[in-house]
Design a protein around this ligand. Structure first.
Ligand code: 4AD
Ligand code: MG
Length: 464
């Protein structure tokens, strides 16, 4: 008999029909005469209740129905007497597809997220992680829908690259060289001419530079792919491998860029509210009681827009009024998460877009303002998260861009192709990067970024 997914079974009204469901046992309870089995197949957070009259089944088989076991059940769809659900299944035949020993790591309820991380291969079967990863899929779909509907082309940028987009030197090197037998020249330098690509290469930290090539040809593109940062940041907001969405648009200035960022992120949050109701209700109940309120708030309110300098003034006033920050605040400082969250959560109580940062703390490609001190950068700051998006208007003037590159000592030998965009028909353009897992943190209310990606990579952890 053809299997029906549980999400579909729970919608049906044709009581009396025979169906087949397959899934994993969440709980089993019952009396001498009847057993109730809660079965879940991952298609929804909701379980279907299987009712089994004990006398109709082999006692040895029934004993195998433990939490985590995998079953195939044929039975009759009946209207449920109990509260909560409309539908249950009166079992005719039960086949145990996979028994599950009592060393199953997800057996007990209420384990800590820390414990579940250590069993990330099995945590997918829990309610919380099922909800998180169904939402993750939905967010990916929302992103593709948004850009497709708005005339952006999905543009694939390389994972292996010879250039460091952010210029921060936090790259994972890629080599096929035999590390046990490294040859060095007279100066002690390694010769890469005989390495796989004939030069040093790394995993990309951002697809932006190639994205700019796409935008200045196709008009509007977005990337959506994995990015890698070898930064030794053990925080609840950093991963060594994360997914980034980077739209890049020709003829956009920073205001267009801010409008795009705000509209795009609201679209994604609305998508979650519209398409992930059961999972969000669950997370709102079990993980974060203010989640739905926060999501609705973001969709319904304009983001506050102000300059970095204005932001610093507010933070300085807070300090003067007695607010204690861990890190000092002064014009020129790179804002810490506590500063960003103060602006968002305490001062404005709204998402904030901060613009025009000091050039010293931002990347070389950002457009220099007329003051010569600040660049047309924009960071979108969110409640609970801090920075969720970073972007800018790009420096399209060849001489000014070269000036910044020289000031910052960026090695240009591998970036000639990027400079060509400024030589051949240069144009104003802008873009930004949204950290997919930061968006996921916001949308799910989860506290740790390791819990919104199936198999997190962080310093000293690459299990699974
Ligand atoms: O601010 P970032 O470094 O900007 C860029 O990479 C630009 N090239 C983007 C662009 O303009 N096209 O990173 C962008 C976003 C951050 O705002 C943050 O959400 C996320 O990427 N991010 C990380 N997420 C998880 N773990 C990390 N280690 C992250 N580093 C950045
Ligand atoms: Mg940034």
């Amino acid at each position: 008999m053809k299997r029906t997914k549980i999400t579909e079974v729970l919608q049906r009204q044709d009581f009396g029909t025979e169906v087949n469901v397959k899934g994993w046992v969440r709980t089993r309870r019952g009396s001498k005469s009847v057993n109730f089995i809660a079965l879940n197949d991952g298609s929804t957070i909701n379980n279907v209740q299987i009712v089994a009259d004990v006398e109709r089944f082999d006692a040895e088989m029934l004993k195998q129905i433990t939490t985590g076991a995998c079953l195939s059940v044929n039975g009759i769809l009946v209207q449920s007497q109990g509260s909560g659900q409309n539908v249950e299944i009166q079992a005719n035949t039960i086949e145990v597809l996979g028994v599950c020993g009592n060393d199953y790591p997800m057996q007990k309820k209420g384990q800590s997220f820390e414990y579940m991380r250590q069993h990330a291969h099995m945590r997918l079967r829990t309610n919380t992680f099922g909800a998180v990863f169904r939402i993750r899929h939905n967010m990916a779909m929302a992103i593709h829908h948004y850009f497709h509907e708005h005339g952006f082309f999905y543009f694939h940028t390389p994972i292996i690259t010879g250039s460091d987009c952010e210029g921060a030197g936090q790259m994972f090197q890629v080599t096929t060289k035999n590390l046990y037998d490294l040859k060095k020249d007279e100066e002690g330098k390694i010769d890469y001419s005989d390495d796989f690509f004939g030069k040093t290469t790394s995993l990309t930290v951002s697809g932006q530079l190639e994205g700019e090539l796409g935008a200045t040809a196709l008009g509007a593109i977005y990337t959506f792919g994995p990015t890698f940062r070898a930064e030794n940041s053990n925080t609840p907001r950093h991963l060594a491998e994360f997914w980034m969405i980077e739209p890049e648009v020709a003829f956009y200035d920073i205001t267009d860029n801010m409008d795009l960022a705000e509209d795009f992120i609201k679209y994604c949050v609305r998508w979650a509210l519209d398409n992930c109701k059961d999972d969000l209700d669950f997370l709102n109940k079990m993980v974060d009681k203010n989640l739905l309120e926060r999501l609705n708030f973001v969709v319904e309110h304009d983001f506050v827009r102000l300059t970095y300098s204005e932001g610093i003034k507010i933070l300085e006033e807070a300090v003067a009024a007695g607010h204690k920050f861990e890190f000092p605040i002064y014009w020129g400082v790179d804002l810490a998460s506590e500063h960003e969250r103060y602006l968002v959560e305490e001062h404005f109580k709204k998402p904030v877009i901060l613009t025009d940062y000091p050039k010293e703390i931002k990347a070389f490609y950002m457009k220099l303002n007329d003051d010569g001190k600040t660049v047309r950068a924009m960071d979108v700051l969110f409640p609970q998260i801090g920075e969720i998006i970073g972007g800018s208007e790009r420096e399209e003037n060849y001489e000014k861009l070269m000036g910044r590159i020289n000031e910052m000592n960026i090695p240009m030998k591998d970036m000639w192709w990027y400079l060509d965009t400024r030589k051949f028909g240069t144009c104003p353009h802008s873009g930004f990067g949204l950290g997919f897992e930061r968006l996921m943190l916001f949308v799910t209310g989860m506290q740790n970024i390791r819990d919104v990606i199936p198999f997190p990579r962080t310093p000293k952890t690459a299990e699974f």
